[in-house]
Design a protein around this ligand. Structure first.
Ligand code: MTE
Length: 400
C-alpha cells in the first residue's frame, strides 16, 4: 500500500521511478495515436511525492489564498472561483523539462530519472485567467514575482516555484488556474481539484493542488524552485553541485520557456521495418513543439546522418479551435486570445520511398521555431539533464 492507493491509474503507463512517487509516461506510439488531445488516462505524470486526497464532496470548498505584496489579500474557494470569474477553455501542451532525459543519462548519468520522449501531453484546460485573480488582490508596485505552492508536503517542504508577475498579468501568455481537463474534473494525479497551467513553459512551473499564490519582490525560495528545473553549466558535475549552493541559487540558470523539440513516434525504437515487398512509401511520423508560444515552422528529416534534409508536412491541430472562436466548450468559452501564439504541439509526417530507406541506418528529425531556434546536432549535458533537445534519432532495423 502506497500513500497514493486512492488514485486510479491506467496500466498502460510506464513507471519511471519504481512504486512511489508516481512518475510515468505512455508508450510513445500510444501517446501519438491518441492524437492532438491526450486522454487523462495516458497523460504523463510527474509527482514529487504523494497525491493529496480530496473527496468529491469537499471540492467546492477547496480554498487557496492570494497573499504577500497585495493590498487586498484573498481567500477563494473553488466554488467562488467558478461562480465569480469568467471561465475559459484553452488547448495547452504541458511538457516536463526532463522529457528525453534518458539520452543524457546514457551519455553520462544525471541526477534525474530517465524519461523517454513521452513526457509531453495536451489537454483542453478549463478555468480562469491567472491575471484576473491577481488583479482582484491589487498587487503592490514592489511585487515582481508570483510564488505558487501546492498541497503536497514533501521532504523539503511543500512543492513550490514562481514566475514573473508581469508574465502572469499578460493575457497573451495565457497563464491560468484550471479545474478541468478535457471537460472532466482534474484527475488526482493532475492536480485535483485546482492547478496552475503555464503555457509554453516547462511543466514544473504549473503547480498542482494549488493552495497559495504569494506576490513577492524576489523569485521563490522554495527548495523545489532552487534545486529543480535548472540547467547548470555543463562542466558542473553531480558531486561538485552538491557542495555549491551558489550554482543553484543563481536565478539565471532557472529555466522557463521550453526549448524547440521533436521526436519520431513511427518507426518506434525497436520496430522492424519491412522493406521487402512493402508498399512504395514508409510514413515517418512524430510530434514537435516550440517554447514560449513560438510556433514550429519547419520539421526536417534526414536518412543520411544529417548530410541532407527533407521537409516534412506539419499539421497544426490547434488551428481547428482558432477557426471557431467564442464557442462554448466544456463549460468555458474558447477564445484563442493568443491567435498569434502557439502553446500546443504539432504533428508531422513524411512519406519516404522504401527503396531509399533500404540503405539507411537511422532516421533523424529536427524542428525549428518561428524565431529560428533550431534543434542542435549536439547534446548539451547538464547535471539535472533538463531541456534535452538535440536531433532525435531512431535506428532503422531492417526485416528480412
Ligand atoms: N505541483 C505539485 N504541487 N507537485 C509536483 O510534484 N510537479 C511539477 C508540476 N507541478 C509537481 C507540480 C512538474 S515537475 C511537472 S512536469 C508537472 O507538474 C507535471 O504535471 P502532470 O503530472 O499533470 O503532467
Amino acid at each position: 500500500k502506497t500513500p497514493d492507493s486512492h488514485v486510479p491509474r491506467d496500466p498502460r503507463l510506464i513507471r519511471l521511478t519504481g512504486v512511489h512517487p508516481f512518475n510515468v509516461e505512455a508508450p510513445l506510439s500510444d501517446l501519438y495515436n491518441e492524437g492532438f488531445l491526450t486522454s487523462p488516462d495516458l497523460f504523463y505524470v510527474r509527482n514529487h511525492g504523494h497525491v493529496p486526497e480530496v473527496r468529491d464532496e469537499d471540492i467546492p470548498d477547496w480554498e487557496f489564498s492570494v497573499e504577500g505584496l497585495v493590498d487586498k489579500p484573498l481567500r477563494i474557494t473553488l466554488k467562488d472561483l467558478i461562480a465569480e470569474y469568467e471561465q475559459k477553455t484553452y488547448p495547452i501542451t504541458l511538457v516536463c523539462a526532463g522529457n528525453r532525459r534518458k539520452e543524457q543519462n546514457v551519455v553520462r548519468k544525471t541526477k534525474g530519472f530517465s524519461w523517454g520522449a513521452a513526457g509531453v501531453s495536451t489537454a483542453l484546460w478549463t478555468g480562469v485567467v491567472l491575471g484576473d485573480v491577481l488583479r482582484k488582490a491589487c498587487p503592490r508596485r514592489a511585487a515582481k514575482y508570483v510564488c505558487m505552492e501546492g498541497a503536497d508536503k514533501l521532504p523539503n517542504g511543500y512543492y513550490g516555484t514562481s514566475v514573473k508577475l508581469n508574465w502572469a498579468m499578460d493575457p497573451n501568455r495565457g497563464m491560468m488556474l484550471a479545474h478541468k481537463m478535457n471537460g472532466e474534473m482534474l484527475r488526482p494525479d493532475h492536480g485535483k481539484p485546482l492547478r496552475v497551467v503555464i503555457p509554453g513553459q516547462i511543466g514544473g512551473r504549473s503547480v498542482k493542488w494549488l493552495k497559495k499564490l504569494i506576490l513577492a519582490e524576489a523569485p521563490s525560495d522554495n527548495w523545489y524552485h532552487i534545486y529543480d528545473n535548472r540547467v547548470l553549466p555543463t562542466m558542473v558535475s553531480p558531486e561538485e553541485s552538491a557542495n555549491k549552493p551558489e550554482w543553484w541559487t543563481d536565478e539565471r540558470y532557472a529555466i522557463y520557456d521550453l526549448s524547440t523539440n521533436s521526436a519520431i513516434a513511427y518507426p518506434a525504437h525497436e520496430e522492424q521495418l519491412c522493406t521487402v515487398g512493402a508498399p512504395e512509401n514508409y510514413r515517418v511520423k512524430g510530434y514537435a513543439y516550440g517554447g514560449g508560444g513560438r510556433r514550429v515552422t519547419s520539421v526536417e528529416i534526414s536518412i543520411d546522418k544529417g548530410k541532407t534534409w527533407r521537409l516534412s508536412n506539419i499539421e497544426y491541430a490547434e488551428d481547428k479551435y482558432r477557426e471557431a472562436p467564442d464557442q462554448e466548450l466544456y463549460g468555458g468559452k474558447l477564445d484563442m486570445w493568443w491567435r498569434e501564439a502557439s502553446f500546443c504541439w504539432c504533428f508531422w509526417h513524411l512519406d519516404i520511398p522504401v527503396n531509399e530507406l533500404k540503405g539507411a541506418n537511422d532516421i533523424i528529425v529536427r524542428g525549428m521555431d518561428e524565431s529560428m531556434n533550431l534543434q542542435p546536432r549536439d547534446m548539451y549535458w547538464s547535471v539535472l539533464g533538463m531541456m534535452n533537445n538535440p536531433w532525435f534519432r531512431v535506428a532503422v532495423h531492417h526485416e528480412g
